[in-house]
Design a protein around this ligand. Sequence first.
Ligand SMILES: [Zn+2]
Ligand SMILES: [Zn+2]
Length: 297
Amino acid sequence: MVDTGWDTPESFAALQRQVREAGLNLKALGRIIITHFHPDHYGLAGRLRQLSGAEIWLHQAEKQFIESRYLRPQVLVQQMGEFLSANGVPQGELDVLQRASLGMLRYVSPAMPDKMLSGGERLSMGQFEFELLWTPGHSPGHVCLYEPDKRILLCGDHLLPTITPHVGLHVQSRESPLDDYLDALDSISRLEIDIALPGHGPSFGRVKRRIEQIRHHHQERKAAILGQVKGEAKTAYQIALGLPWVLESGGVGFQSLSSLDKRLAMTETLAHLESLRRERRVERLSQGTLSFYRRRD
Ligand SMILES: [Zn+2]
Ligand SMILES: [Zn+2]
């Protein structure tokens, strides 16, 4: 199995039903490969291992998050609070935003992995010979599985057909997750793929075209952010306030987002800012504990 879904009764029942319909038995499951540790992909891993004895395989960069996110999240909540505060989130909103992901914990039955992956492995599964590709960005240890003969890509949340995968800079990301992400997109665009099977939404073809659309989206977001910080230094929070969000449905203001989405919007703004900083198009200024960004001209 590649990815498990949330640990909810509905999700588990749907999985059981579909496995049965496919003429298979969940108890016979031997191996669960997790594309990344997010609750919607990893949530049922512990429960499924208990049921079947299957091994859980995960990229080595993801292992640390099981402990820090799912087993002992308090330190992370604290660090996230400091990080959001330094990036301009006002005190009145801080508490809600720093705790915004805690509600996810009840959808996860955590389990430590049995095997750690690093990318480049070849995995034999019945008639398929998958190659494991490390594709950091959406998550530091995100992996895709590629079948070169059958030209199939199992792409987790690295590539999605209708929405752009979230890429955020925060206390647990790598240094420039958006640059990681765009590099990993480049490596995928060099592959011959007839069908991509994503973590959300239907399977799709024309992968190179989809990659171009996503690349274009990030260029547009960078341009919009540059427009926000022209001649004026702003915190990431102030920038996020000035940008449209949920572009797929026409765009809404930051303040109408849920607290979790506000936090994702903040970390996504910061990922673009860090990439722009590396391109020497913006600079970061510190004032006390606050960080500001300004366009370099
Ligand atoms: Zn994800
Ligand atoms: Zn997902």
